[in-house]
Write a protein that binds this ligand. Structure first.
Ligand code: ZN
Length: 310
């Protein structure tokens, strides 16, 4: 596995239109379905689409990839991927690689998704205020310190930047403290979190149907933490849970995608020990030296910029 890989990997999250079965009135935006289809049309002109098993064979040095190869990947196991992505890929006889969390019936939403719902419902200012109300004085101090730290990276120049600042504070420094708080707010402002989680994420039946339809699954941890924010023991648990989950749907070795693209030095070894052959980041990169640091292009950013893929 010493050879470098030239591969354009597209990364997608939500693919939905207002009012469709995936968006379901939540107000959470995503890449419009028509934009996704247009992007596939554009990619088809420039690239040869490859599947995860093609990439696996290339990494195992059994069969090289074609020139101008493109792999389609989808993060977070949301139902958009069954209702919109799978439907469209199947029509075009294409395959996708879907990175899903280890999910159980009693699980609620991951922290990042609770934030999406509450931001759509309350907006940034009211959400920050509502969380602030529920923090104790020690947590408020921690919150302000974290805001100060991330403000260099996310200066208050746009609404997006301010949202990213709040997300960094909540998803990293205060993740343990705010997770139950966000569940309380979800109950107050949105509804039953467990019911929402059941319809929001791919269930076993949908996943099996997708596998039967030529799709592939990879790991994306259990609770979706920043890997550089948790300790090695927690990372091991997250990766092991992923191997157990993905193993239900397809034989390994598997692919993995780092939650939020967060990296830690021990992750490649831990992933290899647990049956993962490759891992994907959120770094923009088309030439990959390390199979555990394969970069990707964000389909939503490409669509906003209206640029090509090279
Ligand atoms: Zn993710």
């Amino acid at each position: 596995m010493s050879h470098a890989l030239d591969l354009t990997v597209m990364m997608y999250h939500y693919i939905r239109d207002p009012g469709d079965v995936a968006e379901a009135g939540s107000g959470i935006p995503g890449l419009p379905v028509k934009t996704f289809e247009a992007q596939l049309d554009g990619l088809a002109k420039q690239y040869t689409f490859v599947t995860w098993p093609d990439v696996r064979l290339a990494l195992q040095e059994e069969k090289p990839l074609p020139g101008s190869a493109c792999l389609l990947t989808f993060d977070d196991g949301v139902c958009d991927h069954y209702f919109n992505a799978f439907r469209i890929l199947r029509e075009r006889k294409l395959s996708g690689l879907f990175f899903v969390m280890d999910r159980h019936d009693a699980d609620g939403l991951i922290l990042a998704h609770k934030i999406h719902f509450l931001l759509a419902k309350l907006g940034l200012i009211a959400l920050r205020d509502a969380i602030w109300e529920k923090l104790n004085s020690g947590q408020r101090e921690q919150f302000l310190q974290a805001e100060k730290k991330y403000r260099l990276r996310y200066p208050p120049v746009s609404l997006d930047s301010q949202i990213n600042l709040l997300k960094a504070v909540l998803q990293r420094d205060l993740s343990g403290e705010v997770d139950p708080i966000l569940s309380d707010l979800f109950a107050d402002y949105v509804g039953s979190e467990s019911e929402m989680a059941r319809s929001y994420y791919l269930n076993r039946d949908q996943s099996r149907e997708m596998v039967a339809g030529g799709m592939h699954f990879g790991g994306h941890s259990r609770s979706h933490p920043w890997f550089d924010w948790i300790d090695a023991e927690a990372r091991t648990k997250e990766i092991k849970a992923s191997a157990d989950w993905v193993g239900q749907f397809e034989p390994g070795p598997w692919a993995f995608a780092y939650p939020y693209g967060g990296l830690s030095d021990d992750s490649p070894n831990l992933l290899e020990e647990h049956g993962f052959l490759a891992a994907f980041t959120t770094r923009t990169q088309l030439h990959h030296i390390n199979p555990y640091l394969i970069g990707r292009l964000d389909g939503e950013e490409v669509a906003q910029e209206g640029q090509g893929y090279a």
